[in-house]
Write a protein of this length. Structure first.
Length: 438
């Protein structure tokens, strides 16, 4: 029994969390809907709500815990949240069917005939797509007509499953003034939007198109919330965009979050992405982060997320950074080459390392006689992960090293051809040196 909503109408922020706490487990797992996300993210603050929709005032009994009643709650609540500034009697959502969506982007239906319905259109799947198409070819006057109508509802549209695309379209195709007004609408809500499933998309688009001054004005709102964004499935994308679009000397507070936490963040499914962007874009700020990070190279390369960070160091770091990574790995090449995650790093070492560094790594394998003469190389050729490293070796090795590889492969051709991975190595070698003679 879920209980009753008869005395739960003063604060909807509490109401809907109660509604979904049990009902979601029964019939709506992971289907809370965009309106619930906007509540959880705090996009619409308490105290500024319009009148409570009638459906929330009605008793909510156990027999409503089925898909159809919950959809009814969601539909009316969405109308209440997104359409609160519109007179429901003059432009109800059900009336959208009166507008034909069969017209393509070159439709002759004038936008002026839809005045008073632009917010409703934005929150309808077909209507949102229709508006996006029309805004692509609309005149400045037509864009302004639509924009002025949706601006009061911009914040709610940013977190709507369909409305967010209309806002993004204005950020992409609108005037500078329209972009600035949308950016201003995000003020005091930047963190909440960044953590929202749909709001984070609008935020990322805004960071691409608004002026640097406005970008910085919004980004500073994340102070104190950077860790939360790094660990969030939506917020991490916003942080990545910030690192790409805002000069590093203006976002020092982002890098401060990494101090003392670099290893933990590099091995986090979302934190590793942010770490990679810092390595790629923030050449001065990354020094302290790399100094803290690279001492853990041997462990990071074997981590399902950390290995991507080390690969990024090899690809985008400086020559000293690459040398340090290779120095940590060169004595463990055989073991790491057979590791699911570390093998990717070893291959990148061969791809991005300097000539002398590549020679050292390749000789580590060729000179390893632990399993008999050339035994290590033959074992690696037949491994599901290490065979890719041997194929890379064949491409980047010196002439003398390639002769040694050819000699070893010829002596074990029959054995290697019994292995699917060994055959791949032979095929790669023959691409480079031609058909092997028996």
């Amino acid at each position: 029994m879920l209980g009753s909503y008869s005395n739960r109408t003063e604060n909807p922020l509490v109401d809907f969390s109660f509604l979904y706490s049990t009902a979601r487990e029964k019939t709506c797992k992971n289907q809370a809907g965009p309106f619930q996300h906007s509540l959880e993210a705090g996009i619409v603050p308490a105290g500024v709500w319009p009148k409570t929709p009638s459906i929330l005032a009605a008793p909510f009994t156990s027999n409503t815990a089925s898909e159809e009643p919950l959809e009814a709650y969601e539909e009316e609540y969405m109308r209440w949240l997104i359409g609160s500034s519109i007179d429901e009697e003059s432009s109800p959502l059900d009336d959208l069917s009166a507008i034909s969506f069969s017209h393509g982007p070159n439709a002759s239906v004038p936008i002026s005939s839809m005045v008073g319905r632009f917010v409703d259109l934005s929150t309808d799947q077909r209507g949102s797509r229709f508006l996006q198409q029309r805004l692509e070819m609309a005149t400045i006057a037509e864009k302004e007509m639509v924009f002025r109508e949706i601006l009061p509802s911009a914040l709610s549209l940013m977190v709507h499953i369909f409305g967010n695309y209309v806002v993004q379209k204005f950020l992409d195709k609108g005037t500078t003034e329209q972009r600035d007004l949308l950016a201003d609408a995000m003020k005091a809500h930047f963190l909440s939007l960044s953590l929202h499933t749909y709001g984070c998309r609008v935020v990322q688009k805004a960071l691409e198109v608004i002026s640097l001054e406005r970008r910085v004005g919004l980004v500073v709102e994340l102070k104190g919330g950077v860790s939360r964004c790094i660990m969030d499935q939506n917020g991490n994308h916003v942080l990545q965009k910030i690192i790409e679009r805002v000069p590093s000397d203006l976002i020092g507070f982002v890098f401060d979050t990494f101090v003392g936490n670099t290893y933990g963040l590099a091995t986090h499914p979302y934190g590793c992405r942010v770490t990679q962007r810092i390595i790629e874009y923030c050449h001065s700020a990354r020094r302290d982060i790399l100094a803290e990070l690279l001492v853990h190279t041997g462990t990071l390369v074997q981590d399902q997320y950390g290995n991507y960070v080390v690969q990024h160091v090899l690809e985008h770091g400086g020559s000293k950074d690459r040398a340090e990574v290779i120095s940590h790995l060169k004595s463990k090449i055989f073991q790491l080459s057979r590791h699911k995650f570390a093998s990717n790093v070893i291959e990148k070492c061969l791809q991005y390392g300097g000539y002398e560094e590549r020679q050292i790594l390749i000789n580590e394998i060729l000179d390893d006689n632990t399993f008999g003469f050339g035994g290590a190389l033959i074992i690696l050729m037949q491994d599901q992960y290490a065979n890719f490293i041997i194929q890379r070796m064949i491409k980047v090795c010196s002439g003398s090293q390639r002769k040694r590889i050819v000699h070893l492969i010829k002596s074990q051709t029959a054995l290697l051809k019994k292995s699917i991975y060994g055959r791949h190595v032979i095929a790669q070698l023959e691409k480079v040196v031609g058909k092997l003679s028996q």
